[in-house]
Unconditional design. Sequence first.
Length: 355
Amino acid sequence: MSAVQRYSADALRGFATALLEKAGLEGTPAATVAATLVEGDLLGHDTHGLALLAPYVKSLESGGMAKTGLPEVLSDRGAALAWDGRRLPGPWLVHSGIDALMPRARQYGSATLVIRRSHHIACLAAYLLRAAEAGFLMVLASSDPAVQSVAPHGGTRAVFTPNPLAIGIPTSDTPYLVDISASVTTNGMSARMHKAGRQFEHAWMLDAAGNPSHDPAVLAADPPGTILPLGGLEAGHKGFGLALMVEALTGGLSGHGRADPPDGWGATVFMSLYDPSAFGGSSDFLRQMDWLGTTCRDNPPRPGVDAVRMPGDRGMARRADQLATGVALHPTIAPMLTDCAAGYGMEFPAPLAER
């Protein structure tokens, strides 16, 4: 078995920024998108990190992602904001949204932004750490009204996307980073498994007739199958409920969603920041969250489990390791980006020397 190749995080960020600039994206948005994608890989979300860079470049080339401009402010009531993202880069819009919400959350205790017509926003967990380190609890959700791959519980025709929902929770030490979806797996993972000719270990899919399947190829069949809601066949009503909640927070509050004509690959976004000092107090918030972390991590593990982890523990440990020793990219990513960069006369960074 060949050794895992690792890459400098700084070199990957520089490469991604330069490639996006070559494709026409301005400097600050390009650097923001690049840093967000690398952050996804650092945290271990390798279907939503640099795996998205080549598709983003293609979207810039085709005009699906806007290269310049600012979001349009649709509504501003102080603690409640709505933007039209105008198909601008999703990671840049989300970070711009955090910039807008932080002072408002300090003033009002909480502040919320919804964004319609954003481009794709990549890995939700990549934004949580920034907010948590600043002392905020952050809730972030996303849907893509132009894509359908998940059927409602009991149904066979796709209505939803996996509809991710994330929350970043500050603690006295390692923050809790929850990044889940309303479906049992994602479109990105399904596409990767299909391309590799692999099947899921469990029956996470339905074919078009509603029969359980391990094969992600059902999504590309004619007629297409679907991804099961979180909870699967037995408890999928829970994932269905989460999907509806995300749709209300994103498409409902933004006023733009599945009831409208499809408008290209992208996202409708809900994001909210909460300042614990405006509620029960920051020290008591941390005391409560720290107690939960200690109690859960000290919980006797069941057979086959080494220890109980809090959400984000593994991602933060992986992030620290990869910042120190290099980013271990999924094997499909370097070849894909090598091909993409060649069109702009660029070379993908060389791997770090083995240690």
